[in-house]
Design a protein around this ligand. Sequence first.
Ligand code: ZN
Length: 482
Amino acid sequence: MGASERVGTKQNNMPELPEVETIKNVLKPIVIGNIITKIDVLRETTILGNKDKFVQSLIGKAFTDVTRYGKYLFFHLSNNLVIISHLRMEGKYYQLEENEPNTYFSRVVFHLNNGFKVCYDDSRCFGILKLSTEDEYKKEPEIIKLGQEPFYINDVEYLLNHSKGSNVPIKTTITDQTLIAGIGNIYADEILFDTKIHPLTPCRLITKQQWIDIIYSARKILKEAIRLGGSTIKSYHPGKNIDGKFQSNIKAYGRYGDVCPNCGTAFRFIKAGGRGTTFCPNCQQKQGRPLKVALIGKVAAGKSTVLDVFKSYGADIFICDNYISDLYETKEIAEKIAKLFSLDFKDKVDKKLLRQYLIQNPKDIKKLQSFVYPIVSEKVSSFFKHSKAKFAVCEAPLLFEAGMEEMFDEIIAVDIDEKVQLERLLERNPDTAKFLKQLSDKNNSFEKNKKKANIIISNNASQSELIEETKSVINGFLSRLD
Ligand SMILES: [Zn+2]
């Protein structure tokens, strides 16, 4: 699979500054000097404002220039008229000969006096066209609120001031068009990878030097992307038979499943402000406390020893299984679960009854999980919020099943060979053999989840070695905390 396909199919993204700049450059020779002879409005809501005025004002006018600011395009015409265009997700312009059929998603068609027409095509209809004038267009509400492009930011002081006390993640902050114009999802991932900043870093922790790095990196990356004609993504084509070439230079964006070209660590995929975000957990380490650590591991792998070592460093600990057990003891939860499955218990969950029921109705396990998991994940997030420690460690065997992985900065998996595991279990309890089937199911699901962990601690030797290995992991974390 080529890089462009991967970028296009993994996530939907709108054209950003380099793509719009490229579109502008493609459009200039197509329109400049030509007169609009007729306009077909095939979808009225594409035009912001009065449609008839739009058409009547523009007929007979000649294009004099095409310019861009942020992700906006401006068509300049005679009589001081300006068309403001924002492509949003899927907007595109196509030049066609007058006798060719319109493109399938044509919304507005400009017929020109040179035998060509320009179709504004937009499958998702988020894009807009708006009539304005040379005097007014920069003052239009959508334009006046735009921040500066990275090319024009010479003093980062206002970025620092804006970020003071703010917990908004840096990824969200740099894609805020009212703060900085032109950076979207693709280039934000690239810029943060380049500057080695974790995308979820609260922007109040970004130092002046880091802001300078971000702006410098944004300029470098955007310039290079413009030079290569932008990135060809699913939603973007600068023009017929023209492709952007920057996608082969993309290092982080959309590369979940690959390893970091700098250090070989597997990229992680998370949501930042609702947008898919790819980053290298090794190169882009999280600043600020507490460091949120998840712990998973096989039965008898030594998780409690690892937790004890964390405790000796002052970590706050949360154990999901214990919390669920406590939940089952509460009346409120017991009543809800009893109602959910029409079972007969009141003050606390009758675990035996519930287990029997689930054995007979295995499909309802999912129903129970979708009731319990959100309660657990809410509790974990409040545990993080209240932790004043350097580390907030959560033993969470249900991490992936509950979709909680994005809440954590680091995922530690404690592994053990099955042979050693069995020996240890038999030492603890000779009846273990009975649970072998269950054990192998659990081991299989661990093997799958282990691949998503950042750190794997193997515990096949002595306990003191497990303690030493855990300490060295913790010291690694400490070296990057304040
Ligand atoms: Zn890396």
